[in-house]
Design a protein around this ligand. Structure first.
Ligand SMILES: NCCCNCCCCCC(O)(O)C(F)(F)F
Ligand SMILES: [Zn+2]
Length: 664
């Protein structure tokens, strides 16, 4: 299934008609450059174009009051003076004779997107709209927003499709207070927002935008605010919050639909956000949400005022929605101190509501919410210092790297008598191995692993790896007689200097892992039921689950809170996913793991499985081909000792691995 793209140039036909410094950045060109970038890059042709439509009164009334709607209905007939007068009652927003029409199109586009996804016409999609929506409230326009596009879409999805749980992720740099107010007592809608806050010194300067606004009554726990109290946040900060705050809760919430308030003013160069995250971060943020809700994801444009980073960020988002390989994110240095404080506060505020956050540490000593009363002098200092070093005009960043699709998506190396799963391309040809390597293999293994066809298997395995690293193939599945032997060979004989770092994810117990290198060429993360205290090193990280890999709750926690941050920091060129026989890992979890690992090494994942486990080849192939993983059903409360052990492991490792930091 494809990706929907909604865009209608009618929504560019309104603009600010008078002088208002607060609103001058919200210009029609925002939409034009975004769409034109998609056209120029060829991405729009790969999407399924869905027409915009006007939201009806009843749809708008899902969120807004009749009084407000009737008032807005009058604006097309207002004189310039009346429009100015009308605007005065709201904050940081402007009206125009055509904005009511455009606001209906913006909301209607979001509903069209929900229809396309919920009816299965498309898998996911994006609506390029203006005016934006997440600040508008029941009875008021605010912050360039007239109707709350995403809030209306959430209510619409519940009403029309019986959707039980909606996750709204708001990665715009401003707090979508309109969305928060709409759902704060509603446990069926989980609202997550990060936003520039600076201890309440940043617009909209609301006390309720802080991390301690967790929702009300039955909605308690279903509103997550992560305030950024400094500018200059980077990719590491964003990914840390996803791995340590949003994703654990999102997986526990198990939504039927994901809506994204896709604002790109959180990208580098934006005059509002003044952050430093690069446009390719949105490729990863999108990817990390795509295995939720069976892939049903609707992104709706909110903010974004640097036309260059906006266009690049939109393209990065759409490319991921289309399933293209992800760009590698280099030199992630871990979250900054301020970000750690924010994520620690958000985690501790929510630990009572979410079992996946149960082991979160206490809030930091310097409780950051009370710091907002800054001395005037301090504020003055910051402003002066801030100006010259923070001016966004000076910001430059590299063009995001090309994300080329290899000619072959998924290849397989299988014994001749094993049928190749649909969609996979069997790799039969293989260059002969150097005699030296053959003899090395032979004298290393006395087992049958390397008899006649064993050598063929190994030679095909190496051929597959060669093709992966030159991007001829994206990923691969290999069935071998002895998976432990094969893993050792791959790890030790990876001669290709194109592979500087291999991430080995070992699912299930492996007897000895005595070839652990300490030079950093290999990072082994092993998830199994046993603890191996002795061998721990920076590059060998055993994760013990008391009930073993069949404990999906413990497993997904280890993946989100440990494997993902490690993988991002390590930044491998190849991922080797090894399924030990009898691991007991649940199929949906296995597919989720494969899906999430695609975020590394441009998707170059090599799955090693034992021939006698060929029963799960189908689901492995499906995940390798990029089909969304099935939701993890009815997750039990994780074992306390496992949760505790994971927290302790993280604390022990965070000295070596900065992305594991969750406490300041
Ligand atoms: N320096 C100018 C002050 C501007 N203050 C208002 C900012 C509104 C932000 C709107 C947005 O970006 O959140 C949306 F997504 F809604 F468009
Ligand atoms: Zn914004």
């Amino acid at each position: 299934m494809g990706t929907a793209l909604l865009y209608d140039e009618e929504m560019t036909k309104y603009k600010l008609l008078w002088v208002d410094p607060a609103c001058k950045i919200e210009v029609p060109e925002r939409l034009i450059v975004s769409y034109e970038a998609l056209v120029r890059s060829g991405l729009s042709d790969r999407c399924i174009s869905i027409p915009a439509r006007e939201a009806s009164d009843s749809e708008i009334l899902l969120v807004h009051s009749e009084l407000y709607l009737e008032a807005v209905k009058k604006t097309p007939y207002m004189t310039l003076e009346d429009l100015k007068e009308f605007t005065l009652q709201f904050g940081d927003v402007y009206f125009h004779p055509n904005i009511y029409h455009c606001a209906k199109l913006a909301s209607g586009s979001a509903l069209q997107l929900v229809d396309s996804v919920m009816t299965g016409k498309v898998r996911n999609g994006i609506a390029l709209v203006r005016p934006p929506g997440h600040h508008s409230m029941h009875g008021a326009a605010n912050g360039f927003c007239v109707f709350n596009n995403v809030a209306i879409a959430a209510r619409y999805a519940k009403q029309k499709y019986g959707v039980k749980r909606v996750l709204i992720v708001d990665w715009d740099i401003h707090h979508g207070q309109g969305v928060q107010y709409c759902f704060e007592d509603d446990p069926s809608v989980l609202y997550f927002s990060w936003h520039r806050y600076e201890h309440q010194n940043f617009w909209p300067n609301l006390r309720e935008s802080d991390y301690d606004s967790v929702g009300k009554e039955s909605g308690a726990g279903f509103n997550i605010n992560v305030p950024w109290n400094n500018v200059g946040m980077e990719n590491s900060d964003y990914l840390s919050v996803f791995c340590h705050v949003l994703l654990p809760v999102a997986y526990e919430f198990c939504p039927d639909l994901v809506l994204v308030c896709a604002g790109f003013d959180s990208a580098i160069g934006d005059p509002e956000g003044e952050m430093c995250a690069t446009p390719d971060i949105f490729a990863h943020l999108t990817h990390l949400l795509m295995n939720l809700a069976g892939g049903k994801l609707c992104a709706v444009l909110e903010g974004g005022y640097n036309l260059t980073s906006l266009a690049q960020s939109v393209c990065q988002t759409v490319q991921t929605l289309l399933g293209d390989p992800l760009p590698q994110l280099a030199n992630l240095r871990g979250p900054c101190k301020s970000a750690i404080e924010s994520l620690q506060c958000a985690r501790s505020a929510h630990r009572r509501y979410w079992s996946f956050l149960k082991h979160a540490a206490d809030p930091p000593m310097t409780d950051i919410s009370t710091k907002h009363v800054k001395s005037a002098m301090e504020e003055e200092e910051k402003t002066e210092m801030a100006e010259e070093e923070r001016c966004t005009e000076g910001k430059v960043w590299p063009e995001p790297p090309e994300r080329l699709c290899p000619p072959v998506c998924s290849a397989s190396v299988l014994p001749d008598d094993v049928a190749c799963p649909d969609g996979l391309k069997r790799l039969s040809s293989s260059k002969d191995l150097e005699p030296l390597l053959v003899s090395k293999l032979k004298n290393r293994f006395r087992t049958a692993a390397v008899d006649g066809d064993g050598v063929t298997t190994f030679s095909r395995l190496y051929t597959l790896i060669e093709k992966l690293v030159v991007n001829e193939i994206r990923n691969g599945l290999v069935l071998v007689p002895d998976v432990a032997a094969a893993m050792m060979c791959v790890v030790q004989d990876l001669t290709s200097d194109l592979v500087k770092r291999v991430l080995v994810v070992c699912v299930g117990k492996e007897k000895e892992l005595d070839y652990i290198t300490t030079d950093g060429k290999v990072l082994v993360v092993q998830i199994s039921s046993e603890d191996s205290e002795e061998q721990r090193s920076k590059y060998y990280i055993p994760v013990c689950l008391k009930k073993g890999c069949s404990d999906t709750s413990g497993f997904i926690q280890a993946v989100l809170g440990l494997l993902l941050p490690l993988g991002y920091e390590y930044n491998p060129d190849l991922v080797l996913l090894v399924r030990m026989p009898g691991s007991g890992v649940v199929d949906s979890m296995w597919q989720q793991l494969i899906g999430l690992l695609q975020g590394f090494a441009k998707g170059h994942t090599l799955v090693l499985m034992q021939v006698n486990e060929k029963a799960c080849m189908g689901s492995t192939a499906s995940a390798l081909l990029g089909h969304p993983a099935p939701p993890l059903q009815d997750l039990q409360t994780p074992f306390p000792e496992d949760g505790d052990a994971l927290e302790r492991l993280r604390e022990r490792l965070q000295a070596d691995w900065k992305m594991l930091q969750t406490t300041s």
